[in-house]
Design a protein around this ligand. Structure first.
Ligand SMILES: Nc1ncnc2c1ncn2[C@@H]1O[C@H](COP(=O)(O)OP(=O)(O)OP(=O)(O)O)[C@@H](O)[C@H]1O
Length: 242
């Protein structure tokens, strides 16, 4: 199966802090892959290094056959990125940020339709700074999809979304997956990971603990459910399954 993302021995230190150590993974086309771990485990740093936004201390990354630090322009034509926080221009309106993003790509998605899908329709004239946290979150996912990407990185996909909105985003991503989209996501919600991810990798203090399907990860622990297994992999030595 075609690999759209390949990471080998990626490490990143900030001074004496080893944020990521020896991360290796590969993601096949059409797969949904979860990068998991507690706050500060190194998820965002890993994604930023994969994209070439931050310079890795060691390791190699290939996205769609491209070395991200060399082919940035080609890469961003084909890859969508949602970051946890986006620095929007002061007073920019929803429709302006959508239009400006769409203008960057040759074959952008229909952002008006995406506004409807993400239930932000009717807020086009509103300033982004005046949106609620959940609306802003949905907008950031929408913006990552405007390039019509082959691969999308979603960082804390549904943080701040209400129950209905989360399910709607899941449903939409499942449809995009059926259409062949490859998704790499981070999440703190194990129910979301179970619903969406084909495979996941768990980081603890920057170090990969296990990589596999939800079943493989659960079976690799003494626990009987995935969330407990996650807590077991990421907890202290004394942590036992509930
Ligand atoms: N610019 C930076 N300078 C110094 N240390 C940093 C910097 N960015 C991140 N770190 C540290 O690197 C480690 C990994 O941070 P990172 O943001 O990648 O974690 P994360 O898994 O994405 O966390 P969260 O779930 O809270 O978003 C943390 O210890 C963090 O304090």
């Amino acid at each position: 199966m075609e690999k759209v993302l390949q990471v080998q021995n990626l490490s990143k230190s900030y001074g004496s802090v080893a944020a990521v150590s020896g991360l290796s993974l590969s993601v096949a086309r059409g797969e949904v892959f979860g990068l998991l771990g507690p706050n500060g485990a190194g998820k965002s740093t890993s994604i930023e290094c994969m994209l070439g936004v931050k310079k890795a201390s060691a390791g190699t990354v290939e996205i769609l056959g491209i070395n991200p630090s060399e082919g940035r322009k080609t890469l961003f034509e084909r890859v969508g990125v949602q970051f946890q926080e986006t620095g929007y221009q002061d007073k920019i309106r929803v429709e302006e940020v959508c239009r400006m993003t769409a203008a960057l790509y040759r074959k952008p998605a229909d952002w008006q339709r995406l506004l409807a899908v993400f239930d932000i329709q009717g807020l086009e004239k509103q300033e982004v700074s005046q949106l609620s946290g959940g609306e802003r979150q949905r907008l950031s996912v929408l913006l990552a999809l405007i390039p019509n990407p082959e691969l999308v990185f979603l960082d804390e996909l549904t943080t701040g979304l209400d129950t209905r909105a989360r399910r709607e985003v899941w449903q939409y991503l499942k449809e995009l997956k059926k259409g062949g989209l490859t998704i790499v996501l981070t999440s703190h919600f194990m129910d979301e990971v179970e619903v969406l991810c084909d495979r996941a990798l768990i980081l603890k203090k920057g170090e990969p603990q296990i990589c596999g399907t939800i079943e493989e990860i659960t079976e690799g622990s003494p626990c009987s459910c995935f969330e407990e297994a996650y807590l077991w992999y990421t907890g202290g030595d004394d942590d036992a399954c509930v």
